[in-house]
Design a protein around this ligand. Sequence first.
Ligand SMILES: [Zn+2]
Length: 76
Amino acid sequence: MSIVYKCKHCSHVIGEIEQQIVSTSMLGWDKLSIKDKEKMIQYKENGDVHVQSICENCEDSLGHHPTYYELEFFLQ
Ligand SMILES: [Zn+2]
């Protein structure tokens, strides 16, 4: 299986990790609430895990729009 980090804004693949065994605590997911996990983490039928994240480009552009960024942060 692999863990794919994808930007939730532009769908850019930020990174991909091949893992045989994935520990959720290793990824810090045990610190997320179940609701956060449902929003951020998608389990695919082939065993892949897709994680919604934000890429550098979008982080940059959001950095220029603080109000929008705050809204996004709040909605997470
Ligand atoms: Zn992006």
